[in-house]
Every structure is written in C-alpha cells, then in structure tokens.
Design a protein around this ligand. Structure first.
Ligand code: UT7
Length: 311
C-alpha cells in the first residue's frame, strides 16, 4: 500500500502590474466584449523586469511561510525559464537557502504542476523523501506577440507552490492520471528558433481536446472513487478559457459552480494556474473536510494530468 501523501500548504504570487482588456483595445483590434465572451478573461498580470525565478521564489516563500517544514526535494515546473543553467530549481533552492536538497526542473506545458505532484508522490514512496516543495512559475508574456490579437489577449504571468508531505494526513492525494497525445505535439508551440519563438496554437482543435479531456478525466475519477454524485466535488481545471470549462460542465451535466475558476483575474498562466486557483479556494475556505478536489491540467504536448485530493 502507498504511503499517504498530503498537501500541507499552498502559496502563490502574481506581479502587481495589471493589463486589462481596455489596455489591449489600445494595442490590437479587439474589444473587451470579444475577450470576455470568448475567453472569460478581464485582466492579467505582467511581470515586466521580474524573472521566472523571482515569481517562483515568492510563491515558494508564501507556501512555506508558517509551516516550519524544510523541504528535502524541490520540483520547479516552468516552460518559460530565461536560463538553461543554472536551472530554475537550483536558483530557487539558493534563494530559499535550501542547500543540499534534491532539485529538478520539469516542463509538461500547462499540465506541469500536476505532473510535478505525481513525480513528487513517486519520490516519496521510495521512503527517501518526506517533504517535497513544488513550484509552478510562468512568465508567458515573454513569449507573447503583442501584435497578434488571437493570442496576446490570453496570457498572464504568475506562480504557485504546493508543499507535499508524508506527515500530512489531511488533504491526501488519492490517485493520478497522466498522459500525452504526441500526435498533437505541434498544436501548441512556443520558444523555438525564429518563427516559432512566439506562442502559437491550433486554437479550435486544442479547445476540443481540452473539453474532451476534462470530461474524460472527471468521469474516470468519479468511477475510480465510486462517487455517486457531485455534491462533495470541486473541479480545479487549468484556466485556459472559461468556454472550455462551460462546455465540459455542460457535457458532464455538472453545475458550473462545481468548477473553481479565477481566469477573469489572471488569464492563462500555463502551469501556474491550477495552483493559483487551489490556493485561492483554500484561503477562501471553499473546501470542507471530506470533499474531493479533481485537479485537471491540459495543454502543450498535447498533455494532460489529473489528480484527486481528499480534503
Ligand atoms: O493553455 C494551452 C491550451 N490552450 C487552450 O486550451 C486554448 C484553446 N482554444 C481557445 O481557447 C480558443 O480557440 C481561442 C480563445 C484561442 C480562440 O477562440 P475562438 O472562438 O476559437 O476564435 P477563432 O480563433 O475561431 O476566431 C474567431 C474570429 C476570427 O474572425 P473571423 O475569421 O471569424 O472573421 C478571428 O480573427 O474572431 C477573430 N478574433 C478576434 N476578434 C477580436 C481572434 N482573436 C480576436 C480578438 N479580438 N482578440
């Protein structure tokens, strides 16, 4: 039987500077009405001079603060780091004065946070690691072409962090489901040489993939847990487009308020988004003991990663 692993704490950090739909109206041929109805986004945060490591460190500090726990392993999820070396995990470890712990970077697109949770969970089953810090930090705006209205309205910068522990019995992680449909590997592209540098995607096709994946994972987890209804359920999906969430809710016949969302405030922050929502819902006291949280990531790869947490 697996060693129990629980979430001890969550943290987040977003830059102060806001970019509203009204600001974007002055930059490209778009409107607040189009962005709001097609995506649900009202504003997003812009990191400016702050680097991915700054965002990740701030979220990690916020997460560790008050726990009294010194992590023995660190996983840093990001697709937008500025440097190859030193890698992000080592920079964060240096800033947090966590010398000596295991540290690695992980990139699985927007599914990166949940993938990191699964890797952490596996490491903890070996018995060598007991407290793993996960950060997911993204500076998407470095890769946004602010003259392309189809993509520049979507993204924002931000970071989240989770502390997992074998000493935590509440907020226990029960199961995972991970995958990649590599036939769609080129449907979300960013950071390549020349023409591929700026973010681009096959929007409609990725949209359909995302709706189907959310529906599939919610159904799978419901069956796996033997849940008869959705009363104690909170679904925390990657925040890419409110219409993806509405379409999935419709297909599943689940009320929209079972989905926890904050896309209107931050836009799509890639792998940081699920942690940003989880942290906010936790802080607001939205989850009760015994509730089930379904974390569902999807994106570049085309990847998906789901996790179930019993609160
Ligand atoms: O996190 C990574 C995973 N990514 C996702 O999950 C994203 C999935 N895809 C989507 O969320 C949506 O496909 C988008 C939000 C990216 C696009 O929405 P859409 O409803 O699929 O719009 P579209 O690209 O089909 O464009 C519809 C129309 C076009 O005009 P015509 O050709 O019909 O005249 C676009 O030129 O809307 C136009 N358009 C805009 N108009 C005003 C595209 N962007 C804008 C804009 N403002 N910002």
């Amino acid at each position: 039987m697996d060693k129990p692993v629980g979430i001890v704490a969550a943290g987040s950090y977003v830059p102060e500077k806001r970019l509203t739909n009204a600001d974007l109206e002055k930059m490209v041929a778009t409107s607040d009405e189009w962005i709001t109805t097609r995506t649900g986004i009202k504003e997003r945060r812009i990191a400016g001079a702050e680097l991915v490591a700054d965002l990740a460190t701030a979220a990690s500090r916020n997460c560790l603060n008050g726990t009294g726990i010194r992590p023995d392993f660190l996983i840093a999820s990001s697709g937008t780091t500025e440097r190859k070396f030193p890698y992000l995990g080592s920079i964060i470890a240096n800033r947090l004065q966590l010398t000596g712990l295991g540290a690695l970077d992980l990139n699985a697109g927007c599914s990166g946070l949940v993938y990191s949770m699964a890797v952490a969970y596996g490491l903890m089953q070996t018995g060598t690691y007991h407290n793993v810090l996960i950060t997911a930090a993204e500076k998407m705006t470095d890769y946004v072409d602010f003259s392309d209205r189809s993509s520049c309205i979507l993204f924002g910068d931000g970071a989240s962090a989770l502390l997992l522990s074998t000493q935590q019995t509440d907020h226990q992680i029960l199961t995972f489901e991970l995958g990649t449909d590599a036939t769609g590997y080129d449907q979300v592209v960013m950071g390549g040489p020349d023409a591929d540098f700026y973010f681009r995607q096959e929007g409609r096709s990725v949209f359909k993939f995302a709706v189907n994946k959310v529906e599939e994972l919610v159904t799978l987890f419901k069956e796996r847990l033997g849940l008869r209804d959705y009363k104690r359920l909170h679904i925390i999906p990657h925040q890419a487009n409110i219409r993806i969430i509405e379409a999935a809710a419709d297909k599943l016949k689940i009320p929209l308020d079972k989905f926890v969302c904050n896309i209107h405030k931050y836009g799509n922050t890639s792998s940081a988004s699920i942690g940003l929502v989880l942290q906010e819902g936790w802080q607001e006291g939205r989850f009760q003991t015994g509730d089930f949280l379904f974390l569902i990531g999807f994106g570049a790869g085309l990847s998906w990663a789901g996790a179930v947490v019993r609160w």
